[in-house]
Each structure stands twice: as structure tokens, then as C-alpha cells.
Write a protein that binds this ligand. Structure first.
Ligand SMILES: *[C@@H]1O[C@H](CO)[C@@H](O)[C@H](O)[C@H]1NC(C)=O
Length: 447
């Protein structure tokens, strides 16, 4: 009986353990710091002005309270990774606070006084611990955050008060000044401490819940699951984002051929400050997906011609997998020119290497595919739509076909620079092994 209970407990533990991701993205600390330097000012400006509710204490009523926050040096923001608690710890120092307020003073035997106060001084430090968490959303896991720790250090006596107090007697003026430096500033402090974590959680999780892409379109009907398998992992000097990575078609739905094998989730030797790892599970689901499609039709342009490549599963199975140093594919494509229907149809196995070339003024980087090995199983030339079987001569034809494929079907893939995210690539890596492929890139934000 006891043994059975333990068995069930173990079974539950095993079930609740997350599946392995098929795609992992890594972001190293320097990228966070570069992004901070680039976006700091606009984020601080976007925070703009906070408002506080009117309140009354003793003889003083404070209304129309506006808190302006400013901080002009990105180095004032420190971001640190806490791998023990899965926290990203952020601390912002030397923030200037300026509180503007209208007040009324009404005491027995004195004429009511109305005026404004302008209080300014430093918020020495505001620190938030942001927990990287997750939430289930139907069949998907999406990232969520929580802010379990907040600390604030601010010394009221460092603040200066400018008061308009027409015809005030000295004792009344000092009473109001004391109120502003004490009661009011403590209210602001309390408000920041209470509201900032709740606001961060609500806004952050609201955006994640409504906008985090559970799946993402790749090509025609083909999609990839971009939901996570677990929360983002905070490691000592980098973040690991574990994506599900199953490739599927919207038509057939998500089909998992089996568990995702283990693969590295970080490479400390990589030159990439951003890294990506692709599991062989990903190519397996890609192959399965290509075989369940009716047809995949791709158009490429070369010189002045448009080439139409059709991959039709009824002509033979497609498979894509990783190998040491290359991608191996078995394909049965038909490639014809769009207008005259000149081209060929073949069954082939190819081994393709992919190399990264550094970018230039127009491109971030380019990927150059090259066929390293190729064998032909069948070959037909298509003349004005009519196929002529030349499979008998494949020995002679193979080198020519290889040349043509290298130029027409596998053109250099150029990744253009984008205005939205202007980057300059400084180093990169693309490597293939049987179980996984790895991509790494380092870059600077331009300007
Ligand atoms: C956090 O990182 C340190 C230093 O690399 C390591 O010794 C420690 O085991 C890590 N802790 C966890 C929970 O991963």
C-alpha cells in the first residue's frame, strides 16, 4: 500500500517535470546592459508623472499631488542575475523626485490658508527583485513575473521645500513645511513601495498574457510553438529561454512525435552574447510537417527569372536532420521557371553546410549555404511542362545539378538591417552536430 503511494507520488513528480525545450535562446548579461544604455532615457521618460490621491491629516489637506521622476544616467540602473532564487534584481540609484501639491490649512481661530508646495530631493535607491515565473494558458506555458521584494531608501531631510504661503506667520509656515517633509514624503514613499511592485506585475503580466506569442508563423501554413516548456531560467551571468519549438501545421494541429532529447542550453565558449540551440526534435517535427502538407510551393528569383519550387509529399518523403558540420536533407523537389515551365524534377539526398558571412552597410549578416555532398535518385528535365526522364544518366548529371542548385535554389540568405532594431554584428557562430545545432551572435546597438 505504502509502496503504491510512493509510486504514484513519483509518477506525479515525473509528470509535472517540464518537457525539454527544442529551442533555447540565451541572453548574456552584456546584452542587457547594452539595451539598458540604449533605452534607459526613453523608459524613464515614459514613466513620466505619477499621481497620488488627495488626503487630509490634522489641519492640512493635500490635493492634486503629482510626483515627477527623473534620472539621466543609465549607469544608475544596475541589473543583476540571482540564480539561487531565479530573480532578476534591479536597483536604480540617484533618482530625482519632485512632488508638486496644492494644500489648504484650516485651524480654529486662524483664517484658512491656501497655497502650493514644491518638494524636491533624491530617491537614493529603489530596488526590485523580479521573479521569472510562468503560467499555464490552456495547453501552453507562458512567462509571467512577480515582484516579491521591494526596498526603498530615501532620506526626508535631504529634500527641499518651496512654499507659497501668502501672509503666513512663521510658526504656520514651519508647520506646513514639516508636514510636507514628513507626512507627505512618507505617503509618497509608501505609495511607491506599495504601487510599484503591483503596477510592474499587473502591467508586465497583462502584456505577457495578451501579447506573448504562443505560436509563430514560419511559412504558409507551417507554424512553430513559441510557448515555453518552463519559466525563463536565470543563471549566474545569462538568461535561458526554453521554447517548446514543435513545428506543425495549423490544419493538422500540434503533433508530438515523442519526448525532446537533452541538448546544451548554454555554451560558455561561444562568441555569441545571444545564443540559440535547436534540437534534432525540431528538424524531426519539420520533416513530419513537410510530409503531411499537400504541397509546399516556394518562389525564388534569380537573374530575371522566377523559379517555382514545389515539394509534393506524393513524389517522395522529405527529411531534414542535423549532422556533424552540416544539414542533411532528402528532398524531391520540382523546380521550374514560372513562365516557360522549363526546369527539372529530382529525388536527391544532400548535405548542406551553412556559413555566416559578416554584414555590410545593408545587411546585418548573411548565411551562405553550400552543397557539400549530393546524390541523385531520380532526375527529370521539364521542357515546356513536359517531363523527360534522364535518371539513367544521373552519374553525368549530378555535378551539373549540384552547381545549378548551389546557385539557384540555395541563394545567399541576407538578413537586412532593420530600422526598428539597428544593430551591428561583431561576432558570430553557426555549428551543427547530430543532436543539435547552435547559433551565436554578438552585436552592438548602432548610434
Ligand atoms: C548559482 O551559481 C553559482 C556560481 O556559478 C553556483 O555555484 C550555484 O550552484 C548556482 N546555484 C544554482 C541554484 O544554480
Amino acid at each position: 500500500m505504502k509502496g503504491l503511494t510512493i509510486f504514484f507520488l513519483l509518477a506525479i513528480v515525473a509528470l509535472s517535470l517540464a518537457e525539454n525545450p527544442a529551442l533555447v535562446a540565451v541572453i548574456e548579461k552584456p546584452i542587457i546592459d547594452k539595451a539598458r544604455d540604449k533605452y534607459f532615457t526613453s523608459v524613464v521618460n515614459a514613466l513620466g508623472t505619477l499621481t497620488l490621491e488627495d488626503f487630509k491629516e490634522g489641519a492640512i489637506t493635500a490635493t492634486d499631488i503629482r510626483v515627477e521622476i527623473s534620472n539621466d544616467a543609465s549607469e544608475n540602473l544596475n541589473v543583476a542575475f540571482d540564480n539561487e532564487s531565479n530573480f532578476i534584481r534591479t536597483e536604480i540609484k540617484n533618482t530625482n523626485i519632485r512632488v508638486k501639491v496644492n494644500y489648504k490649512y484650516k485651524a480654529v481661530g486662524v483664517l484658512p490658508i491656501k497655497g502650493t508646495a514644491d518638494i524636491s530631493g533624491p530617491l537614493d535607491s529603489l530596488a526590485l527583485a523580479i521573479l521569472m515565473g510562468k503560467a499555464e494558458d490552456g495547453d501552453f506555458i507562458i512567462p509571467q513575473i512577480a515582484v516579491p521584494e521591494v526596498s526603498l531608501s530615501m532620506t526626508n531631510s535631504k529634500f527641499k521645500v518651496k512654499l507659497t504661503c501668502k501672509g503666513c506667520l512663521k510658526p504656520v509656515e514651519s508647520l506646513i513645511t514639516t508636514f510636507m517633509k514628513g507626512t507627505l514624503l512618507n505617503k509618497v514613499k509608501g505609495q511607491v513601495k506599495d504601487q510599484v511592485p503591483t503596477m510592474a506585475e499587473e502591467i508586465g503580466n497583462g502584456i505577457l498574457t495578451s501579447s506573448y506569442p504562443r505560436t509563430f508563423p514560419l511559412l504558409q501554413d507551417i507554424r512553430i510553438v513559441t510557448a515555453l516548456t518552463d519559466a525563463i531560467n536565470v543563471a549566474e551571468d545569462h538568461l535561458e529561454i526554453p521554447f517548446d519549438g514543435t513545428i506543425y501545421t495549423a490544419d493538422k494541429g500540434i503533433i508530438r512525435p515523442g519526448p525532446t532529447p537533452d541538448m546544451p542550453r548554454y555554451n560558455p565558449e561561444s562568441p555569441g552574447e545571444a545564443q540559440m540551440f535547436f534540437s534534432s526534435y525540431l528538424t524531426e517535427t519539420l520533416s513530419n510537417t513537410l510530409n503531411t502538407l499537400d504541397k509546399l510551393v516556394l518562389k525564388t528569383r534569380f537573374l530575371l527569372l522566377t523559379f517555382v519550387t514545389t515539394i509534393d509529399p506524393s513524389k517522395g518523403k522529405t527529411s531534414v536532420s542535423f549532422d556533424d558540420g552540416a544539414i542533411v536533407a532528402r528532398l524531391n523537389p520540382k523546380i521550374v521557371t514560372k513562365n516557360l515551365k522549363l526546369g527539372f524534377e529530382l529525388g536527391t539526398s544532400v548535405k548542406v553546410s551553412l556559413n555566416i558571412k559578416p554584414g555590410d552597410s545593408k545587411n546585418l549578416l548573411s548565411v551562405v549555404p553550400k552543397i557539400k555532398k549530393m546524390s541523385l535518385n531520380s532526375f527529370k528535365v521539364i521542357l515546356f511542362g513536359l517531363p523527360i526522364d534522364l535518371s539513367l544518366f544521373k552519374f553525368f548529371i549530378t555535378p551539373i545539378v549540384r552547381l545549378v542548385l548551389n546557385f539557384i535554389v540555395l541563394p545567399k540568405i541576407e538578413i537586412p538591417k532593420s530600422d526598428l532594431l539597428s544593430l551591428t554584428v561583431t561576432d558570430s557562430l553557426l555549428a551543427f552536430r547530430k543532436e543539435y545545432a547552435e547559433f551565436g551572435i554578438s552585436f552592438d546597438f548602432t548610434q
